[in-house]
Design a binder for this molecule. Structure first.
Ligand SMILES: *Cc1c(COP(=O)(O)O)cnc(C)c1O
Length: 375
């Protein structure tokens, strides 16, 4: 039964172009968190964002969020408003900084932070003399959040926004690329993301002062001098020049990767929408999603599990939507502003195999397992 090889949710997809850049690092002996590939990868990212932000290549998306919080001066006792419906990496850095996350639930249209609940949360915290120091909003599964509405609320109360675009490289809002909408923005190049450096991330900032500050903090806060002078605590967060080489090769095929993932979504929707009990996350006229993961929502938890287990029996990986952070044991002491939406999506939603390297045969196999169940 060797033909039954596992179909993964989202696996790395090399183009072959990465190897030349990695070889270049070896040939020049820049096997370090310094070198040409880092600068090359950063300028590839900046070009992709139409030079509307500066990039700092880092060892993970998590580090990028942590650095953004540090650059905003967030510290012990501060509160940070966090989208509850997300992967835990959006929130852990708030704890690293000694601050407290305050969770905000989602709206139904994009599954991302509800602007109304955000404002309610801000007003509540201000009444309690704890004005939040930052907002972390997430383009979940590649679907842009309501950028105008979130930014309007943020401006009204003068609170900076960290845009978690870890899942949204190649997504657009009103024709502009995700990654330029926050005071700071974050990408991840972890192995499961739309492009990968095996592990890695980037922080996007708005001016060169912030960029040099971020490089300083991410490379052990070494001040100018022969002996290494330190008056601040730094971090070892810079990306390796070897891995940045992988990133340069991956940037050359980013558009193809987005197209392939969007085609996966169209295939699933076309094949499955004859089933009345399945719904999809739709784009609005403002948004273009990279469709990092294709998600479906069933009518009940039981239906969702039935599909998930049937896929697993055929060696096909699928996964429930993210469990909201306000329901996670580790954050049970944290404040939250909820409306039931993310909890409901968590119960009924499922991510289907979504890699850009899935074959037509793989996709058909997934769909057939589901169609057979619902017949
Ligand atoms: C992957 C991810 C991150 C963290 O990225 P790493 O590179 O894995 O540290 C942050 N936020 C979201 C929403 C993610 O999906």
């Amino acid at each position: 039964m060797s033909s039954n090889k596992r179909i993964y949710l989202s696996s790395p997809h090399m183009s072959g172009l990465e190897q030349d850049f990695v070889n270049h690092a070896f040939e020049t002996n820049w096997i370090a968190p310094v070198g040409d590939n880092i600068e090359g990868f950063e300028s590839d990212l900046e070009n992709f964002l139409n030079n509307k932000a500066y990039a700092i290549a880092l060892n993970s998306g998590t580090s990028a969020i942590h650095l953004a919080l540090l650059l905003l001066g967030i510290t012990k006792g501060d509160e940070v408003l966090c989208q509850s419906f997300t992967f835990v990496a959006s929130v852990n850095p708030v704890i690293y900084a000694g601050a407290a996350p305050v969770f905000v639930d989602s709206e139904a249209e994009t599954w991302n932070m509800s602007p109304e609940l955000l404002e309610e949360a801000i007003q509540n915290r201000i009444e309690n003399h704890k004005k939040p120091k930052a907002i972390i909003a997430v383009h979940l599964y590649g679907m842009p959040y309501k950028v105008d509405e979130i930014n309007t609320v943020a401006k009204k109360y003068d609170i900076p926004v960290i845009e978690d675009a870890a899942e949204a490289l190649g997504s657009f809002y009103k024709g502009e690329p995700c990654g330029i909408f926050g005071d700071f923005s974050v990408f991840s190049f972890n192995g499961n993301k739309i492009i990968t450096t095996s592990a890695g991330g980037a922080l996007m900032v708005k001016n060169l002062d912030e960029k040099s500050n971020a490089i300083f903090l991410s490379s052990q806060a070494k001040e100018e001098s022969e002996h290494y002078e330190h008056s601040k605590i730094g971090f070892n967060y810079r990306m390796s020049n070897v891995l940045a080489g992988i990133g340069r090769g991956q940037m050359k095929v980013l558009k193809d990767r987005v197209e392939a993932r969007r085609n996966n979504f169209v295939f699933y929707k076309t094949e499955l929408s004859k089933l009345k009990n399945i719904t999809f996350l739709e784009e609005s006229s403002n948004s273009l999603s990279n469709r990092w993961l294709s998600c479906i929502v069933l009518e009940s938890f039981e239906e969702r599990e039935c599909i998930r287990l049937a896929l697993e029996a055929e060696n096909i990986e699928s996964r429930p939507l993210w469990k909201p952070m306000h329901l996670q044991p580790v954050f049970k002491h944290c404040l939250s502003f909820t409306n039931g939406i993310s909890e409901d999506l968590f119960r009924r939603g499922l991510c289907l195999p979504s890699g850009s390297n899935l074959s037509q045969e793989d996709l058909k196999k997934v769909v057939n397992v589901i169609l057979k169940l619902v017949d």
